[in-house]
Structure formats: C-alpha cells, structure tokens
Design a protein around this ligand. Structure first.
Ligand SMILES: [Zn+2]
Length: 103
C-alpha cells in the first residue's frame, strides 16, 4: 500500500482508491492533507503494465477463440482486477515526478 512521503502514514486500500479516482497526478493525503504525487517508479510500472493488458484484451480472446460475451466479461474482469490492484502498485512522492525529464 502507498505510504505518504510527508507524514509516513500508510494509506488503506479504500483511501488510496478514493484519492486516485481523481484524474490528476496530485492526490491529497487523508491523514496530513498534504499533496502527494504518483512517483516516477509508478509511472514506469504502469507504462509496462498497460500495453501488456491491452495485448491480453485484444489478442487473447482471438487466440483461444472466445465468444463476444466471454470477451466482454474477460475485459470487465481485467479492468476490475487492474483497478483493485492499483493501490498495490502505487508509490507516492512529495513532488511531481515526470517519467521523462522536462529539459
Ligand atoms: Zn500524509
């Protein structure tokens, strides 16, 4: 689970899900109310994980010849699994970190 880099309190799964639902890299710590950001390491993890997930969703149903209903169910399952796993993959930072340096 992610730990706030300001107050060093570990966020619960529910707190992490609530904080990460905002479509922004800035999240507010539920304990100290300070801004926390997704770490560079987390950006890297998602950059590797997302294409793998897309390949699974697009090609696996064709390879094992799944029906359309089974494919949709499989895609929904993967989306829910990914969202549920987000708190386990997320690391926090006190400052906004970019995957690629701006200069
Ligand atoms: Zn905090």
């Amino acid at each position: 689970m992610p730990t706030c880099q300001n107050c060093h309190t570990e966020w619960s799964w529910k707190e992490t899900m609530k904080a990460s639902m905002i479509l922004d890299t800035r999240m507010t710590c539920p304990h100290c109310q300070q801004a926390q950001y997704t770490s560079k390491q987390t950006h890297k993890r998602f950059m590797i994980y997302t294409p793998i997930m897309l390949v699974f969703v697009i090609f696996l149903p064709q390879i094992i010849d799944l029906s359309l209903t089974a494919t949709i169910a499989f895609a929904v399952f993967l989306i829910i699994a990914t969202l549920s796993a987000t708190p386990l993959l997320l690391n926090l930072s006190n400052e906004e970190e970019f995957l690629f340096d701006k200069d």
